[in-house]
Design a protein around this ligand. Structure first.
Ligand code: NAD
Ligand code: 89Y
Length: 342
């Protein structure tokens, strides 16, 4: 097996997880890192023993010619960096949110397609092992035909201290977190034809919305509710658990707090603890997300080696991003938005 040489752009808050996960994947070596901010660049370099450090992404990619590049910057920089990778024929992973607009996202997908360059969006929530177990239970078919779904994320965890930009943008929860929940809804229930959205800002110290409730019409005919909040103070903080409800003609599935999976069907009710493992480098409560980073990056390596399109390719992610745009449009107009209109 030939070794894959990777390079990272963006040495901020979340990239540490990506670097830790790369370190666990056999046949991959991260050879170079880049950040405009020298202090962050050096901190990451020291932590992971990487000497090849660059302030400029183009300079790094030209000098190192890596087998892939992992972009862990925030959305405004994504288009220029993905187009740069495509122009140099370097396979590319890009963090979510993929782009600040559909126009940018489409341009990035086209640039990579024209160049024949694989592109995956780091849309990792569908790779959380509890969510994978829900899909397995659903695919087993014992609950019959699903007619209702709910994907719910409600918390009051302080995400602003680690990611201060979340408090500053005009858009917040749908673009940052709801995007994952919408992707999970697509993953479990299929593509969406229309979306109806209501939003609110509860926390007066942030600029965007911190509560969103969305009703989805799926192409299959089923309906689901995707709800998210960073203003929900509960007896027990659940961050970053996504809860799921599915009702079918012959039974139901619940992923409840504490990673408790319950399946009810003609055989009766079964409970299962589907808690994610605590990886050596992970820490609670982030371990659920951290495990999904490892799983999505393994999927990238397998897809790249096999010449297969990754499940959360740029092309696939256009559909999730379109739901984000449609949700903001619908929240503003208070109208149901046809997903195809985007
Ligand atoms: P951050 O601001 O802490 O880090 C981003 C880094 O990128 C900064 O150090 C910045 O200097 C650098 N940077 C920006 N543009 C650059 C450029 N052109 N060249 C070189 N360096 C550049 O951000 P973060 O909190 O780590 O988030 C990064 C992305 O990860 C965001 O899009 C966020 O939504 C996403 N994220 C994803 C998950 C997940 O579970 N998938 C979780 C948290 C954050
Ligand atoms: O940025 C967000 C993400 O993708 O997962 C959780 C998060 O870090 C805060 O909402």
């Amino acid at each position: 097996m030939t070794e894959l040489r990777g390079a990272l752009i963006g040495c901020g808050f979340f990239a540490v997880n990506q670097m830790n996960a790369w370190g666990e994947i056999e046949g991959v070596r991260m050879v170079a890192i880049c950040d405009r901010d020298e202090a962050r660049l050096d901190a990451m370099g020291e932590r992971f023993g990487i000497a090849a450090r660059y302030r400029d992404a183009a300079e790094m990619l030209r000098a190192e010619a890596p087998d892939f590049v992992d972009i862990a910057t925030t959305a405004p920089s994504h288009r220029a960096l993905v187009e740069l990778a495509a122009s140099l024929s370097i396979p590319v992973i890009c963090q979510k949110p993929f782009a600040p607009s559909m126009a940018d996202a489409r341009a990035m997908v086209s640039a990579c397609e024209r160049a024949g360059v694989p592109l995956m969006v780091h849309e990792n929530f569908r790779w959380q092992s509890p969510i994978l177990r829900v899909r397995e239970a659903l695919n087993a078919g014992t609950i019959g035909t699903p007619f209702f779904g709910r994907v719910s994320f409600r918390s009051a965890y302080d995400v602003y201290s680690g990611q201060p930009y979340l408090a500053e943008g005009e858009r917040f929860i749908i673009e940052d977190l709801g995007i994952h929940a919408l992707d999970i809804a697509r993953f479990l229930f299929g593509d969406v034809s229309a979306i109806t959205t209501r939003t609110k800002r509860v926390n007066p110290r942030i600029r965007g919305e911190d509560v969103a409730t969305m009703l989805l019409d799926h192409e299959s005919g089923m309906h689901s509710v995707v709800d998210c909040s960073y203003a929900t103070k509960l007896e027990e903080e659940r961050f970053p658990q996504t809860l799921v409800e599915i009702d079918g003609s012959e039974g139901s599935i619940r992923l409840d707090a504490g990673y408790r999976l319950t399946v009810t069907d003609a055989q009766g009710t079964r409970h299962e603890d589907v808690s994610p493992p605590l990886l050596t480098w992970a820490e609670r409560p982030w371990h659920n997300i951290q495990e999904s980073v490892l799983l999505i990056q393994k999927h990238w390596v397998e897809s790249l080696r096999a010449g297969r399109e990754p499940d959360t390719s740029g092309r696939d992610n256009l559909k999730t991003l379109a739901l984000v745009e449609a949700a903001y449009q619908g929240a503003a107009s208070r109208q149901t938005v046809d997903a195809a209109s985007l």
